[in-house]
Each structure stands twice: as C-alpha cells, then as structure tokens.
Design a protein around this ligand. Structure first.
Ligand code: PTJ
Length: 267
C-alpha cells in the first residue's frame, strides 16, 4: 500500500503520521488487521486524555522503571503495533534495564513473528525470544495463541512489560505471580484493571519516557524500592479516570473546541 504525504501544517499531522506508520507496517505483515482497529480505539482514548502524558501516567512510569530495574528476569513482550510504533525505543529500554525482548502475538503466524524479529534486529536488538520453535512453553490458563511463550523469557520472568495487551494474558501472568506492567490508553480495559502497574498513556510517549526515567534511576536501587513501596496502582488508576473526567468537565464549561485550542497553546 502506498503511503500518503502528510502536510506538516495539518493540525493533526503527528496523529496522521502514526497512522501511516501502522498502515505501512500492516502492508509489511508486522501489524495484524485487528491492530488497526485497536489503534483506532487507542486514538479515541488519547483524545480524552488530551494526547499528553498525565501526572498519574508519569507516576506509573516511575514505578514501572523501578520494577524493571530491580527485576531478576525482566522481559519486554512485543506485539505487532508495539514493534511498528516504537521498535528502537523498545531496544533502548531493554538495554538500559537489562530486560530480554520476546515476541508474543495474539494473531500468531511464523511470517509475522519473523517480520517483527527482523524489525527489532534492524532497530539494534541482539536477541529476540519467542519466535517459531523457541516459543515451546505454554501458559496453561490461556486459550489464545498468546499462551505460547519462550521458556527462557516470559515463562521464567518475574517482571513482564506488556504494551497494548489483551486482558486474558495479563490476568494469567499475574496469577503466575509475575509483576505485570501494562501500557494501555483505556483505563477501563481488563488489562489496565488487572495489571500490577498500569500506565495509561500512548506507547509512543510512554516508552521513550520509560527509557529516560530508567536511565535516571539506574544507579539508585534504594530509590526504586522506595518508589515501588509507595505506589498504589488501584489509587493511581482511579485518579487517572478522575483526571479525564475533570478535563472533560473543564472543556465543556469553557466552550468545547475553542477551549481545546487554548489548551494546545498552553503546552
Ligand atoms: O500483534 P498482535 O497479534 O499481538 O495483536 C495486537 C492487538 C493490539 C490486535 C491485540 O493485542 C488486541 O486485539 O488488542 P485489544 O484487545 O484491541 O486491546 C488493545 C488496547 O490497546 C485497547 O485498550 C486500546 O485502547 C489500547 N491502545 C491502542 N493503541 C494504543 C493503545 N494503548 C497505548 N498506546 C497505543 N498506541
């Protein structure tokens, strides 16, 4: 599929560029058809949050960086959308936190696994787990293709980062005693509700921020433990819903679209 040229002055140029990136990677077999639908759902929630990282998301990002840095065996799980949107940043995050990278797909096929592995390697990954026969272990609680995992990766991990996930696996991984970090723009999704640490933000903002914070916290393990001790996911998730509600109320009171334009200028 031929991609279109986005006029830089278009008011939603960045959002359109992200769409084009997903469409391109869909044509190359990285993104699943349903991945395009999932992105549309994400976009709608991003509109509600104001397309910026909320304070609550920043708090969760700090907790997530702390969990990854203090883990014994951290794994970053990568699906089609994540690879298309933030392959390089995922590799950086894995390097900073010493996490392993594993491909784990809902719509699994060897072709897609290979395409995603290639994309990650092009982005600098030296090792990509979970491809083909390497995903020889099974999470028994799961019926979907996500049950197939790498025995060196997700199966053994104590901390798993799951950007753009479906709820079943999050629940199963938590039941297995793992710390699950989710990145999901929908605070009401089962993934968001069931994860140990929920970052309600767009992966295109959250992953680079996670890298930045992990770099800062890397030398301070004591601080990481402190952050984790003081983090309450349920409370933070509730606050993230309240901040969406408050933003919408403010915009409604101040005149809808025009207020939205003022908000953009304030940034
Ligand atoms: O690549 P595969 O085969 O593993 O399939 C991936 C998809 C995304 C198709 C699969 O995991 C799926 O069906 O996911 P869901 O159940 O549609 O959930 C996706 C969630 O991610 C929704 O809650 C969206 O709001 C959210 N989302 C979409 N885009 C983003 C996002 N969250 C953060 N950043 C985004 N860019």
């Amino acid at each position: 599929m031929k991609s279109i040229k986005i006029p830089p002055e278009h008011p939603r140029a960045e959002s359109l560029r992200i769409r084009e990136r997903l469409i391109e990677h869909f044509s190359e077999g990285v993104v699943a058809t349903a991945g395009l639908i999932a992105h549309g759902r994400g976009e709608a929630f991003d509109y509600l949050t104001g397309e910026k990282t909320a304070k609550t998301a920043s708090k969760a990002i700090k907790a997530a960086a702390s969990a990854l840095l203090t883990a014994e065996r951290a794994v970053v799980s990568v699906n089609g959308n994540t690879a298309a949107l933030v392959a390089e940043e995922i590799v950086e995050l894995a390097n900073v936190t010493k996490a392993r990278i594993e491909v784990n797909l809902f719509y699994r096929s060897l072709e897609r696994e290979m395409s995603i592995k290639k994309l990650l390697e092009k982005a600098g990954a030296h090792e990509v787990l979970g491809v083909g026969e390497d995903a020889s272990a099974k999470i028994l609680e799961l019926g979907s293709e996500r049950r197939r995992v790498d025995p060196r990766g997700i199966l053994l991990a104590d901390v798993v980062l799951v950007p753009l996930e479906d709820g079943d696996r999050t629940e199963a991984l938590v039941k297995m005693g793992k710390t699950v970090i989710a990145i999901d723009l929908n605070p009401l999704s089962r993934t968001a509700q069931k994860a140990t640490i929920t970052i309600v933000d767009n992966v295109v903002r959250a992953i680079p921020k996670l890298v930045e914070i992990a770099r800062k916290l890397k030398q301070d393990v004591k601080k990481c433990h402190e952050i984790l001790l003081n983090f309450d996911n349920e409370k933070n998730l509730a606050e993230s819903m309240t901040s969406i509600k408050e933003r919408l109320s403010k915009l409604a009171e101040e005149g809808g679209y025009l207020a939205l334009e003022d908000e953009k200028h304030e940034r």
